[in-house]
Design a protein around this ligand. Structure first.
Ligand code: DSN
Length: 440
C-alpha cells in the first residue's frame, strides 16, 4: 500500500491498525472470517471503475466485455459448486439478496413471509417487523422449542394455520443441523415457497460438513463472506425444484435486483466472489470446513467442562451460543471483558431471553476465522480456559435494571475492565499465542 501511505497516511494508518488488531486477537464472531490474499487482491482492482448495469451480453453501457466474462465465470463456478441451474451474483449484500427474493415472489403488502424470530436466532430480513421485510410484506415469526432446537411439528402447525407464501429456513444464531427435507415437507403442505438462507453455513455445505438444501428448497440465498470466506457479497440461487414450480423465477429475481433494487453491480466484488468460489471448490477447503466443525465441537466440550450453559447443549456447526444466566453475567459485560482479553465475540440474545436486546443474556462465538489461521482441536482447550478466566473476572458485575443506571454502570465497568490486570494478562497470552498462526 505504498501509494495509499503517501496520499492518505491517516487512512493507511487506520488500515494498519485494523490489520494489527485482526492479527493479535482471537476473532470469534461466527459470521466473520479472513478472506485470502487472492480475494483481497481481486477487490482492489480496476474492475472497481466500471459500470455494468444489466446482465452479461445485455448491458446498458459499452465496454463490458471483461465484466461479462467475470460475471459469467462467477455464475458458472457458483452453479457447479452448489449444484444449481441458476444464480444471480449481483446482490451487494445479504439484506438486498433476501429483499430481492421477496420482491420477485410476493406482492407488496399482501404476500406473507414466515421466518424465525430475531430473538431466537432469525435474521432481520426474515420478516422482522422493524426491517423492510416486515414493513413491505406481511410476516409471521416462529420460535424454537424449550430445548433451543427447531420444533418441526410446531412450525408445521403454524405454517398450515398461517398459510405463508414463503417460509424462510436458515439462521444467524442456530448451532444445530437444519433438516431442510422437513422444512420442504412443511412448505409443500402449506403451499409455500421454501427459501433457505444459508449465509452462515454455505462454506460448511460446499465443504461437505452440513447437508445441502439444494434438493429441497426452491430458492437458496447466501452471503459470500462468512464460512464461504469470500468478499462481502451475496448469491441468489434457484434450484431445479424452484424452476419446476415457476419457470420464470430466475427472470423475476434478475429483475428484482435490477431495476428493482440496485443499479450497477460491483464488478470487483463479483471477481472476488469468483475467486472465493474457486478456492471453495478445492480439497483443502473441504478439510477446512470439516475442521471448523471439529473445532467448534471441541470448544463446546471444553466450555461445558467449565459449566458454561450452551443453548441446545452443544453444536453441530461453526457456532456456539452461550446462555450466561447460570454465571450471573450479562452478555454485554461478558463480550466487553472478552474483548479486553483479546477474544472477540458478540453479545447475543438466547432463546426466551428476558433481557433487552442491547443487553442480552448470552454471547455468540464461532470457529470459522480461527480455523482459517490453522487452529485445531487441541488449541480449543486453551481458548476455552481463557474464556472461562475472563468471565470469572466479571462474575460479580451486576447490570442494573434501570435504563439510566445501566448506562452509567457500563461506562464505569468499561473503565475498570480496561485496567483489569487478569484480563490484560490473558490478552498478552492470547497475543503471543495468535502470533504463531499467521493470517492468510
Ligand atoms: N451480521 C450477520 C451475523 O453476524 O450473523 C448477519 O447479517
Amino acid at each position: 500500500m505504498k501509494t495509499l501511505r503517501k496520499i492518505d497516511p491517516q487512512i493507511y494508518n487506520l488500515i494498519k491498525l485494523e490489520e494489527k488488531r485482526q492479527k493479535e486477537v482471537l476473532e470469534m464472531i461466527p459470521s466473520e472470517n479472513y478472506a485470502s490474499s487472492a480475494v483481497l487482491e481481486a477487490l482492489g482492482t480496476v474492475l472497481n471503475n466500471k459500470y455494468s448495469e444489466g446482465y452479461p451480453k445485455k448491458r446498458y453501457y459499452q465496454g463490458n466485455a471483461v465484466a461479462d466474462s467475470v460475471e459469467l465465470l462467477a455464475q458458472d463456478r457458483a452453479k457447479k459448486l452448489f449444484g444449481v441451474p441458476y444464480v444471480n451474483v449481483q446482490a451487494l449484500s445479504g439484506s438486498v439478496m433476501n429483499l430481492a427474493v421477496y420482491f420477485a415472489t410476493l406482492e407488496p403488502l399482501k404476500g406473507k413471509i414466515m421466518g424465525l424470530s430475531l430473538a431466537f436466532g432469525g435474521h432481520l430480513t426474515h420478516g422482522q417487523k422493524m426491517s423492510a421485510s416486515g414493513k413491505f410484506f406481511k410476516s409471521v415469526l416462529y420460535t424454537l422449542g424449550e430445548d433451543g432446537k427447531l420444533d418441526y411439528e410446531k412450525i408445521e402447525q403454524q405454517a398450515i394455520a398461517e398459510k405463508p407464501d414463503i417460509i424462510v429456513c436458515g439462521f444467524t444464531a442456530y448451532p444445530r443441523i437444519v433438516d431442510f427435507k422437513q422444512f420442504a415437507q412443511i412448505a409443500d403442505k402449506a403451499g409455500a415457497i421454501l427459501l433457505a438462507d444459508i449465509s452462515h453455513i454455505a462454506g460448511l455445505i460446499v465443504g461437505g460438513a452440513h447437508p445441502s438444501p439444494v434438493p429441497y428448497a426452491h430458492i437458496v440465498t447466501t452471503t459470500t463472506h462468512k464460512t464461504l470466506r469470500g468478499p462481502r457479497g451475496a448469491l441468489i440461487m434457484v434450484t431445479k425444484k424452484g424452476l419446476e414450480k415457476d419457470p420464470e423465477l430466475s427472470k423475476k429475481i434478475d429483475t428484482a435486483i435490477i431495476p428493482g433494487l440496485q443499479g450497477g453491480p460491483h464488478d470487483n466484488q463479483t471477481a472476488a466472489i469468483a475467486v472465493a468460489l474457486l478456492e471453495a471448490s478445492s480439497l483443502k477447503f473441504k478439510q477446512y470446513a470439516k475442521q471448523i466443525v471439529k473445532n467448534a465441537k471441541a470448544l463446546s466440550d471444553e466450555l461445558i467442562k467449565f459449566k458454561f450453559k450452551l443453548v441446545s447443549n452443544g453444536t453441530d456447526n461453526h457456532l456456539i451460543l452461550i446462555d450466561l444466566s447460570n454465571k450471573g453475567v450479562n452478555g454485554a459485560i461478558a463480550a466487553f471483558a472478552l474483548e479486553v482479553a483479546g477474544i472477540v465475540v458478540n453479545k447475543n440474545g438466547i432463546p426466551f431471553d428476558t433481557n433487552p436486546p442491547f443487553y442480552p443474556g448470552g454471547i455468540r462465538l464461532g470457529t470459522p476465522a480461527i480455523t482459517t489461521r490453522g487452529m485445531k482441536e487441541k488449541d480449543m482447550i486453551r481458548v476455552a480456559a481463557w474464556i472461562n478466566r475472563a468471565i470469572e473476572q466479571v462474575k460479580n458485575e451486576r447490570l442494573p435494571e434501570n435504563k439510566e443506571e445501566r448506562s452509567v454502570f457500563m461506562k464505569d465497568f468499561k473503565k475498570r475492565a480496561l485496567k483489569n490486570q487478569e484480563l490484560l494478562k490473558i490478552c498478552n497470552e492470547v497475543k503471543s499465542f495468535t502470533s504463531k498462526f499467521p493470517l492468510p
